[in-house]
Write a protein that binds this ligand. Structure first.
Ligand code: C2E
Ligand code: CA
Ligand code: CA
Ligand code: CA
Length: 278
């Protein structure tokens, strides 16, 4: 099932030799060689809190390894970052997301896709912006159909290249979203200076909403702060009706999580989206 890699992910402290092997196979996968297995994007809906309509999807990378089966991104993304593969892998994600947007458009489905960016991609602003421009142009996709999710710690990276990259992506017309919000230490003043339009509340807070008054207080404060700064708020990892009810009460804009849908292959997503259109 969708969580086939959970055991492997939770228990594998990939040793150095294992990491070297994974890096070799990932390189093969990127080159389209049979020994590398296959890469794919799965898509998880973000729904409007009130109406339950789909507002867009997050693209999550999947790797089907020829011997190991499904390897989770929690395992192979750190390997890619360590072995210099995250930029080519990220380029593949950008191209694939745009290709899929065009395929959906051709079947009459207008969609927005959010992709996850690694800090190493942002540290090469020129190459990154060029990648987006190429992929958007090749498939005639409007930049506003793409959102870049960057974690709070990455957004706070004070390398000037990273900050320049964020500005240039925003200028290109992409939407920026701060992922895993609440886990870092960003100050309000700083957040206000970033060209972002969305905050995603980290799952760790969402998980505790029904049991912890502290979690409720934090989430309430984050939503009010975000709205005061004209940012949209998405809650990630919503698994129960109780959590959704609390978030509805606090006027969270969008919800994402297993309660609504798991990440799924493109064809399945297109059926799901048709059933959940406004
Ligand atoms: P993330 O960006 O925070 O993505 C959310 C993760 O939570 C995903 O795990 C998703 O499947 C999972 N999730 C969604 N709803 C629920 C829920 O209700 N309950 C629970 N328990 N989990 C939920 P996934 O797909 O294993 O991805 C893990 C991380 O790997 C992502 O965290 C992201 O940091 C990274 N990642 C995935 N795809 C990419 C990619 O294309 N590029 C980069 N740089 N990183 C990626
Ligand atoms: Ca994300
Ligand atoms: Ca997240
Ligand atoms: Ca998270």
């Amino acid at each position: 099932g969708g969580n086939g890699f959970a055991f492997f992910e939770a228990h594998m402290q990939a040793g150095v030799r294992e990491q070297v092997e994974l890096a070799r196979d990932l390189r093969a996968a990127l080159a389209g060689e049979p020994g590398g297995g296959t890469l794919a994007l799965h898509y998880q809906p973000k729904v409007a809190t009130e109406e339950g309509d789909i507002t867009g999807v997050e693209a999550l990378l999947r790797w089907q390894h020829p011997q190991r089966g499904a390897v989770g991104p929690g395992v192979f993304i750190p390997v890619a970052e360590r072995f210099g593969l995250i930029v080519p892998l990220g380029d593949w994600v950008i191209a694939e997301a745009c290709r899929q947007l065009a395929a959906w458009r051709d079947e009459g489905l207008q969609m927005r896709v959010a992709i996850n960016l690694s800090v190493q991609q942002l540290r090469q602003p020129d190459a990154l912006v060029r990648r987006f421009e190429e992929a958007l142009a090749r498939h005639a996709i409007a930049p506003g159909q793409l959102t870049c999710e960057i974690t709070e710690s990455v957004a706070m990276d004070d390398a000037s290249a990273t900050q320049r990259a964020l500005q240039r992506l925003a200028t290109l017309g992409l939407a920026l979203s701060i992922d895993d919000f609440g886990t870092g230490y960003s100050s309000l003043a700083y957040l206000r200076r970033l060209p972002v339009s969305q905050l995603k509340i980290d799952r760790s807070f969402v998980q505790d909403l029904e049991t912890s008054a502290d979690a409720r207080a934090i989430v309430k404060a984050v939503i009010e702060l975000a709205h005061a700064l004209s940012l949209q708020v998405v809650a990630e990892g919503v698994e129960t009706e109780g959590q959704a009810a609390v978030l509805r009460g606090k006027r969270c804009d969008k919800l994402q999580g297993f309660l609504f849908a798991r990440p799924m292959p493109a064809e399945e997503l297109s059926r799901w989206a048709r059933d959940h259109r406004g």
